[in-house]
Ligand binder design. Sequence first.
Ligand SMILES: Cc1cc2nc3c(=O)[nH]c(=O)nc-3n(C[C@H](O)[C@H](O)[C@H](O)COP(=O)(O)OP(=O)(O)OC[C@H]3O[C@@H](n4cnc5c(N)ncnc54)[C@H](O)[C@@H]3O)c2cc1C
Length: 386
Amino acid sequence: MPDVHIYGGGMAGLSAAFLLEQHKKPYHLYETLSHWGGKLQTTVQDGFALDHGFQVIQSAYPALGMYHERGYLKDALAFGSGAWLLSHQGKTLLADPLREFPRGHAALGHPSISFKDVLQVVKLRNALIKQSPSAFFDQSSTTTYHYLQQCGFSQSFIEAFFKPFFTGIFLEEALNTPSAMFQFVFWALAKGKAMLMPGGIQTLPNRIVADLNPNHIHLNHPENPTIRVPAPKQYFSTQALYFAVDSDLGLGKFIGLNATNTGYINLMAIPSAVQKGYAPKGKHLLCISLRPGIGATDIEPSSTAVLGEAETLLGTRIAGEWLNTMTVKKALPADTPYRYGDGQMHLEGGDTNKDVDFHASGCIANPSLNAAILHGTSFVSAIICR
Ligand SMILES: Cc1cc2nc3c(=O)[nH]c(=O)nc-3n(C[C@H](O)[C@H](O)[C@H](O)COP(=O)(O)OP(=O)(O)OC[C@H]3O[C@@H](n4cnc5c(N)ncnc54)[C@H](O)[C@@H]3O)c2cc1C
């Protein structure tokens, strides 16, 4: 039987190994680093689970189906459907009126939110939810910002809600990301929920690894110089500061968006209000994600300055103890082709007796967990079909 060598132990490589294991096919999975999960990393510090960058799992991602079936996500818990809009005038909850009744009606008093904008959100949601997610990537795309304008949203609503919300997802503030990506993420948010795993984002890859044959998986594997792994040329970076706090600061299970789009902060959240295990008993974890570019400059804001800005946005004093700052320089590839998936993968040559190498690192159809998993599963389909 020929050998299958998978290079890269992120979600793409792990998903390939997971499926090969299911099909009882031989393989070897190699990771150069000392941990599995690639971008999905969590550092546990003093009982707090600090994810490397603010990350969630979109429960509706189709590629997650095999992990739902396996029960890996059964104890994932969801953020509220909506967000706090934070500004110097105070905080307003913009929540999904269907899923967060009766809280969803509160936003109509906000100066940036008109009834027309709220109706437009419902209209967009109803239009997108009917489509198949891959179809978004087959249509001609514009930038997300332009698309939102075309949809008829007011400038003030785009600036107060869509801009900070999708900056937190795309890690770029101009919203130049193709509208197909926006439609896909919006579809996933409408269909499912933004979830956190118990113990942090790395729990998902850890669960996959626990079901793989330990003799077939190799950490700290020296890079094979003959294997050229094509890497993206450009990335978006991100930085998150973590603080130990005594309460949920009134944010509860909702993300707080900096609706002013000025200063250091993009968004803040209390992961421990969603999944208790993110903080030790009696404590909460405050995660503050900075606006793109802020943490990447030479003049990093001090944790005191960031916390001070959070106090102004929340309108309350925060007794917070800085725990750590997580900088992810290569968080999202900026130069993907923005396709749904890899399509049908063709393996080199048709020789079924030849060993096969799979480069499962960074080269995906779009910058999402869904595309990373599909990258791995398309490879396995090609192996099984050859
Ligand atoms: C802060 C942050 C927030 C995110 N938020 C979201 C989100 O909300 N929704 C979403 O869908 N996606 C999100 N993502 C993106 C998602 O996490 C990634 O798209 C996905 O995890 C990428 O998986 P991957 O396996 O393709 O690559 P990676 O996770 O980069 O894994 C590649 C692995 O290959 C290893 N490797 C590289 N070269 C070699 C070699 N030669 N030999 C062996 N091993 C090698 C690397 O060390 C690495 O472990 C986010 C990412 C970050 C960082």
